[in-house]
Design a protein around this ligand. Structure first.
Ligand code: ADP
Ligand code: MG
Length: 343
């Protein structure tokens, strides 16, 4: 008799689709993974083009170190990475990637084509993969670097495709992640095109505040103050702080990074907002960028497949250090007393 509660091993295809759900939440999460790969490949120039909120088309071109012909197919298998070889490598991790899951997950739910060439190779390699299945591989003439195109996202998981938001809403999530990646990787030149319209171009080697002004047409010229890196105990803190003439109605312009990794951190958000509280009226939020440099051995970045969360090994010490630092910086800058602010 067949027991209907019998435990069965899932087949590979089902496993891949389940895993892909955690990495590929929306077109913006694909954009994030692809640009992070370009940065990990030491690209100095990255071009992103999207159409229809990324649902029909995402292309990322970089001038990074490319993938060897022998490794191209491997890059699209699950848990294949060139960035770590064992768990102990986390203690010295400075790359964005480490899970070896993104390309496999993206390929499982879309049509991918990649062209890549290393400096050493005479020809590049091009590969077409649909729903995780390799359809074509050939040698081609190509520039050094990698171009990857993702089309027809979620074509094979219609139920999940229905959960995608409008093109406009998906585009605004992409705008947000591109802005964050461009701000923190200020030695890389970015170009971002949406439905044939240039959305963003950055120059390289700007400070964080210059880069912010570059993105926002100098809107913050007088009101953000650069924080050159300062080392305090275990932490190196850098970024910029906005004064209270440019408070926001939301947290959109709060940029938090740990070792240049885009993260969300309730801890850092609340410490910074608390330091600002005496200068800001209720329901307004400060504009700031904080990149916390810390020994990778003191953080855990492997909390979720989307890599947006980090755990700090000594939270109280971090809170105290950051709080004192921000408060002292705010008192040095010219803040308008709260009672004189118009809301
Ligand atoms: P991870 O980034 O966690 O290693 P991915 O699935 O994102 O995993 O990528 C798999 C591997 O493919 C990477 O480890 C890297 O070796 C290679 N790769 C991916 N994108 C690029 C790129 N743009 N340039 C060079 N190598 C890349
Ligand atoms: Mg990656």
């Amino acid at each position: 008799m067949m027991n209907k509660n019998q435990i069965k091993q899932l087949d590979d295809k089902t496993i891949s689709l389940i895993a892909a759900g955690e990495v590929v939440e929306s077109p913006a999460s694909i954009v994030k993974e692809l640009i992070e790969n370009s940065i990990d490949a030491k690209a100095t120039s990255i071009v992103l083009e999207i159409r229809d909120g990324g649902k029909s088309y995402i292309r990322v071109t970089d001038d990074g170190f490319g993938i060897d012909e022998a490794d191209v197919e491997l890059a699209f298998k699950r848990h294949t990475t060139s960035k770590i070889t064992s768990f102990t490598d986390f203690c010295n991790l400075y790359t964005n990637g480490f899970r070896g899951e993104a390309l496999a997950s993206i390929a499982a739910v879309s049509r991918v084509s990649i062209t890549t060439k290393t400096k050493e190779a005479f020809l590049g390699t091009s590969l077409i993969i649909t729903g995780g299945i390799i359809e074509k591989k050939e040698k081609v003439g190509a520039k050094d670097g990698t171009t990857i195109i993702i089309e027809d996202l979620l074509y094979n998981t219609p139920a999940r495709k229905n959960f995608l938001k409008s093109n406009q809403a998906e585009t605004s999530k992409i705008n947000d992640i591109v802005e964050r990646l461009a701000l923190i990787n200020n030695s890389v030149k970015f170009k971002y095109i949406n439905n044939n319209k240039v959305m963003l171009i950055t120059a390289s080697n700007l400070t964080f505040s210059e880069s912010m002004n570059n993105i926002y047409n100098n809107a913050y010229d007088k009101s953000i103050k650069e924080l050159p890196i300062e080392y305090i105990g275990d932490y190196g803190i850098e970024g910029f702080l906005g004064d209270n003439s440019i408070m926001s109605h939301n947290r959109k312009n709060q940029y938090i990074f740990v070792n240049k990794r885009v993260v969300k951190s309730k801890l850092i958000t609340s410490v910074v907002e608390e330091a600002y509280s005496q200068f800001i009226t209720i329901n307004r939020f400060p504009i700031f960028l904080i990149n916390l440099n810390v020994d990778p051995a003191l953080i855990d970045v492997n909390i979720h497949p989307n890599k947006l969360e980090v755990k700090f090994s000594n939270e109280n010490k971090l809170k105290d250090t950051l709080s004192n630092y921000i408060k002292s910086k705010l008192s040095e800058s010219i803040m308008i007393p709260k009672s004189n602010l118009s809301s």
